[in-house]
Write a protein that binds this ligand. Sequence first.
Ligand code: ADP
Ligand code: MG
Length: 294
Amino acid sequence: ATMPPLLSAIANAGRHGVLVKSAVVLERLGAITRVAFDKTGTLTEGTPRVAEIRALPGTGITGTELLALAAAAEHPSEHPLGRAVVAAARDAGIALRPAGDFTSAPGRGVSARVDGRGIEVGSPLRLLDDDHDQARVTVAELEDAGNTAVVVLVDGLPAGVLGLSDRVRPAAAATMNRLTELTGSEPVLLTGDNRRAAARLAGEVGITDVRAGLLPQDKVAAVRELEARGAKVMVVGDGVNDAPALAAAHTGVAMGRGGSDLALDTADAVVTRDELAAIPAVIGLARRARRLVI
Ligand code: ADP
Ligand code: MG
């Protein structure tokens, strides 16, 4: 059977593990000159594990209690860090406590009421003040060891820090190389995580343009800045926090497995198999399809 080139390219992309939502998207994929990656769940496997539990001295809260409170607050969370906290509590045999008033803020963390106390779990950048010395020192220790540190506040005061570690995807470094060859410029890292964890991962995969501590709207601003300099930017992400950048980019691509519903809906294309190598493959394919059409 003969298919028009764009349709057969879309089918072909599907075989490579990328669901391309329309022919317009395929056209855009062929024009990409710069690729920007989210970190957690995109360049990493997205199944972080709680590796360290540090209750701060003087709070009267034990490590077990800290994990129990954090897990109760994280229970409704879709975020990989939230899921990891809940899994750690379950693995430790901690019964999940009921929580109320759950809220979640992309790039920041979650809050809820547990046992009558206000619990917040999230980014040290967003939740710690300058005078939270003990918590800051603990965060720096955990981050220096390569963890993503998440702080737990009880009634507004830091009670402890959790260190989470996540494996880099095996194909990440090779994929960054391939994309640099294809587009003539290095991929960019856009992450809500801290500078130390971001720099460490960037070094491992071979990215030098690193932008850390970003809120969802900061990711959008970064994309706009690259596009203002003439780039046609592809954003690759998995989270609710990536959705605005996926929408703002020339092409938004969501990592399908483990990706949030909002990211999957917002993206122009979805990597259905969990493989980064599909990204350069689909750009190459889209370029060839364009040449056939024009
Ligand atoms: P990335 O851009 O690397 O995917 P995110 O924007 O999703 O990172 O998250 C940025 C930071 O916000 C995390 O490193 C963490 O500190 C905090 N955070 C976001 N959601 C949660 C959550 N559910 N629980 C704990 N921390 C969170
Ligand atoms: Mg992410």
